[in-house]
Ligand binder design. Structure first.
Ligand SMILES: [Zn+2]
Length: 87
């Protein structure tokens, strides 16, 4: 029986501090840390991984969804590598 636990990467949208684009970020949990990386420029940050983190991503999603009213381009951030520049 295979009991190896694989955690799926979590994709979430955010503004990347490295490339300045709004991009799709990929969080890969490893224990109590996670590697969060920009799927556009490859910039990586290490973040603390805790049960509430999905709630944090969800809050950001809610914020971005509100922003979609004014910036419909944000809806196009769906797949790894997608990036848009907003000022
Ligand atoms: Zn980036």
């Amino acid at each position: 029986m295979n009991i190896e636990k694989l955690v799926d990467p979590i994709f979430h949208r955010q503004k990347c501090n490295a490339c300045g684009f709004y991009t799709v970020y990929q969080a890969i949990p490893a224990g109590d840390r996670a590697t969060d990386s920009c799927t556009h420029c490859g910039h990586q940050v290490e973040i603390a991984w805790h049960p509430e983190i999905k709630g944090v991503f969800k809050n950001t999603e809610r914020l971005l969804r509100d922003m979609e009213e004014i910036l419909p381009e944000l809806k196009e951030l769906k797949n790894p590598g997608d990036h848009i520049l907003l000022d």
